[in-house]
Design a protein around this ligand. Structure first.
Ligand code: HEM
Length: 145
């Protein structure tokens, strides 16, 4: 993947304007919609989240999970231009996901698409190419197969 300087800047700008302001106050709702979209595309993936009460997506357990994931994404997007710390953080997330049997790179590709769909709804001229290229770096760092 080629997450160039221009692509990084574009992804960071879109993410921060959308996540920081347009989605502020409804981050949990957006994150839940993203997970719902992922489960629609891959119903089997739902079983990975039983420990965080996925059967009730409005439960505090699942909402807290949504925040851990999206805050984690916020952190790595912010780190895209600091390769050393980024790799350390991706390695940490890799270890956390390694412990979860059944999480695949394909899940990350679907998640990227679901999240892009949410951003696309509010960001004018959302650049899918930049998003895909930079998300690939993130997913390569976290996913295991
Ligand atoms: C847990 C981040 C994508 C599956 C977590 C946690 C974080 C995180 C921070 C909590 C770790 C802990 O406190 O132990 C991310 C980020 C993602 C991402 C930043 C995208 C860039 C995914 C995807 C899947 C997945 C695509 C699979 C569909 C899981 C599972 C857990 C988890 C199964 C454990 C839930 C539990 O607590 O039982 N993730 N995640 N993650 N993630 Fe991800």
């Amino acid at each position: 993947a080629h997450c160039s300087w221009e692509n990084r800047k574009e992804v960071q700008e879109i993410w921060h304007s959308v996540w920081g302001s347009q989605f502020a106050g409804r981050r949990v709702a957006v994150a839940k919609a993203v997970f719902q979209d992922l489960f629609n595309r891959d119903p089997d993936a739902k079983a990975l989240f039983t420990r965080v009460n996925v059967d009730d997506m409005d439960s505090p357990e699942f909402e807290a999970h949504c925040l851990r994931v999206t805050n984690g994404l916020d952190t790595v997007i912010g780190l895209l231009d600091d390769a050393t710390v980024l790799n350390e953080q991706l390695g940490h997330l890799h270890t956390q996901h390694e412990q979860r049997e059944g999480v695949t790179a394909e899940h990350f590709a679907i998640f990227a698409r679901s999240m892009a769909g949410a951003l696309d709804q509010v960001a004018p001229c959302f650049n899918h190419r930049a998003w895909d290229d930079c998300f690939q770096v993130i997913s390569d760092g976290i996913a295991h197969d």
